[in-house]
Design a binder for this molecule. Structure first.
Ligand SMILES: [Zn+2]
Length: 316
């Protein structure tokens, strides 16, 4: 379960003041082929090309509804957080499973650690596996990823009827977890990457994911196209005027710059590199930090945030 340190915002986290609800309440327009399905009092985000597969169950949770109270709002928190009770979370998970039509499935969450470790799952483990991706071709198992800004990715092989779920924050992205997961599906299930469909769910967008400038170096060292994941280097929102007093002479220490990182683009690039067709990769444009009316954002809300869950399973 991702606690505070598991958010992608961890390095040089810049706590953004929580915006008033009024400013985040917007018409929740969802762009096709994504859609919000109303079910049992919840709103489930789903992807039409996956929803049409009769043997498959999938869904991305959203914030409204649920038994948890967060600042007098009822929310569907699906992760064990300090501010919420275990009973509430378990009740929310049951409600969510019911809403996606998977009440009888075994929920398989992971103990997420921002690694590139994938677990092939053939039976419900006694304790959550430690890692950040899971895969199966067995029915009745509901693979689950928890996020609140990180990128959740669901992979489906319609031909071999195999599935995977991936948690990709900046560390997992840098460790190529998404690309490796496709490799594991080839190895484990004889999947052809060109057959796979990928759903990249709601995550923090490049609009809101500001990181330290040394991330450019971190990613450029490993990815040939890393420059495409970043916007132009720029100064922070509130430059400290004292910086000028403390600044070293020219040629020494430049003032710190921040950049914005597009984790979705980085993971999409890994899927393409692994052999998926561009038309089989679907990226939700919902930003967790822009849309705290609908989603949870660790970076925007801090410890008083919930966890979203992305699930996928094969019907018995
Ligand atoms: Zn945003």
């Amino acid at each position: 379960m991702p606690k505070r340190r598991s958010s992608p915002s961890r390095p040089k986290a810049r706590r953004v003041r929580r915006a008033s609800k009024a400013s985040t309440r917007r018409n929740p327009a969802i762009s096709s082929p994504w859609r919000l399905r109303q079910s049992r009092g919840l709103q489930i985000l789903e992807l039409a090309p996956l929803a049409k597969l009769p043997w498959l169950i999938h869904g991305f949770s959203t914030r409204p509804g649920g038994s948890s109270a967060l600042e007098s709002e009822n929310v569907l928190n699906l992760g064990f957080m300090e501010w919420d009770s275990r009973e509430n979370v378990l009740a929310n998970r049951r409600k969510f499973q019911s809403a996606v039509g998977a009440s009888d499935f075994h929920l398989i969450p992971l103990k997420q650690i921002h690694s590139s470790i994938l677990h092939p799952i053939s039976a419900p483990p006694a304790n959550p596996c430690i890692g950040d991706a899971s895969a199966t071709n067995r029915a009745g198992l509901l693979l689950a990823i928890q996020t609140a800004d990180c990128v959740p990715i669901l992979l489906v092989d319609p031909k071999k009827r195999a599935i995977a779920a991936i948690h990709a924050g900046w560390r997992g992205t840098q460790a190529r977890i998404t690309q490796k997961a496709v490799g594991r599906m080839q190895f484990q299930f004889d999947s052809k990457p060109s057959d796979l469909i990928a759903a990249i769910g709601p995550s923090i967008g490049p609009c809101c994911y500001e990181v330290a400038a040394d991330f450019v170096t971190k990613f450029t060292a490993q990815f040939a196209d890393a420059h495409e994941y970043f916007d132009e280097p720029r100064t922070g929102d509130e430059p400290n005027p004292l910086q000028w007093l403390n600044m070293k002479p020219p040629g020494h220490q430049p003032p710190p710059k921040n950049v914005r990182l597009d984790l979705r683009k980085a993971n999409r690039a890994q899927l393409l590199a692994a052999g998926l067709h561009a038309q089989s990769i679907f990226v939700s444009d919902l930003c967790t930090a822009c849309r705290t009316d609908l989603l949870f954002s660790h970076r925007r809300e801090g410890p008083l945030s919930g966890r979203l869950m992305s699930v996928i399973g094969i019907r018995p």
